[in-house]
Design a protein around this ligand. Structure first.
Ligand code: PBG
Length: 332
């Protein structure tokens, strides 16, 4: 064996790390404002925007504040906005979800009016609209009835497409939802609506802060329809099924706790792969930074870069506009 203590060190990886300019030149992963999607919350009957206590820096919007935030996102070059709506009235079947003048359809119209060129993604799920908080209707035994929920997603999707959504994000984890929505859209003449399928969505504790954002009524959990955090191979099945059914995008959610799933999703998909950095992932960094434990900007950039490095070409993040602004500053 050669005596390495006297051999010259020919291989010095540190050469490529020596200066900021060299590091920039050889960076394998770059974030771009267009990669980022901003999720937003529209609340029916709200008269003043309201900051969400569990998600500092994220707001429940009125029409005016939503339109301003959509302008700011577009000005910063963000790729798209994603809308969630919270209605005043809830019922067991979530019927405000397909009200053509309900909060979500209205919010889609407000966003499109504010920035006609910016793609608007509308969430397709019933959880904000049901009085029990589940993502679908309940069977008599209290479980979520997959097949009875599908036609409601179909109705909701057509209403949101009629309102001007360029893309829909079915997030309810019902089996067969992409096929049913695709057919309903086609039958209504909406053949060009992009379906961003929440293919691999886990029953995650990291959704916690989102519950306040949408005033969720949920008691219990979603483990009978969202995926078990223990499973990765099962995600590949979910992705294949969504692609067969006509998905244009697939998504992994949450992001940072599922980077292995994200890399596997990238490897098997021939469509863009999105990842959703969810409310809990946002709030962890925000609260740790407020406590002085983390460098906020550095950790946000590291978090989003890691999600892109793992395989996401699109990142849904509550930091979208701010990070896009930082990226623009670096360039100018
Ligand atoms: C369900 C939905 C949820 C989120 C997005 N869509 C909550 C859930 O499934 O319990 C969570 C988003 C986040 O935590 O940022 N429509």
């Amino acid at each position: 064996m050669a005596d390495i203590s006297i051999d010259p060190i020919v291989q010095r990886p540190r050469r490529l790390r020596r200066t900021p300019a060299i590091r920039r030149m050889v960076a394998e992963t770059r974030l771009d404002p267009a990669d980022l999607v901003l999720p937003m919350f529209a609340v029916e009957g709200l008269t003043e925007p309201r900051e969400i206590a569990t998600m500092p820096g994220v707001w429940q919007h009125t029409k005016e504040s939503l339109q301003k935030a959509v302008h700011d996102a577009a000005d910063a070059g963000v790729g798209a906005v994603m809308l969630f709506g919270t209605p005043l009235e809830r019922d067991p079947i979530g019927s405000q979800a397909w009200n053509p003048h309900g909060i979500l359809a209205n919010a889609v119209r407000w966003a499109v009016e504010a920035e006609p060129e910016l793609p608007v993604i509308a969430d397709v799920c019933l959880d904000e609209f049901t009085d029990h908080g589940h993502c679908g209707v309940l069977a008599p035994d209290g479980t979520v009835d997959n097949d009875a929920t599908l036609p409601l997603y179909a109705k909701m999707s057509v209403v949101l497409a009629d309102a001007g959504a360029a893309m829909l994000g079915p997030s309810g984890m019902m089996d067969g939802q992409i096929a049913v929505i695709r057919k309903a859209l086609d039958d209504a003449g909406h053949t060009d609506i992009v379906l961003m399928a929440y293919s691999a969505k886990y029953a995650s504790g990291f959704f916690g802060p989102f519950r306040e954002a949408v005033d969720s009524q949920l008691k219990g959990d979603r483990r009978a329809y969202q995926q078990d955090p223990a499973n990765a191979i099962e995600s590949l099945r979910e992705i294949e099924l969504d692609l067969e059914q006509g998905a244009d995008f697939v998504m992994v959610k949450p992001a940072m706790a599922y980077l292995d799933v994200l890399a596997a999703a990238r490897a098997i998909s021939n469509v863009p792969v999105a990842a959703y950095v969810v409310s809990g992932e946002y709030s962890m960094i925000e609260f740790a930074a407020r406590a002085g434990a983390l460098d906020r900007k550095r950790c946000i950039m590291e978090a989003l870069t890691s999600v892109k490095r793992a395989g996401a070409s699109t990142i849904v993040t509550y930091w979208a506009t701010e990070v896009a602004t930082w990226l623009n500053e670096v360039r100018s």
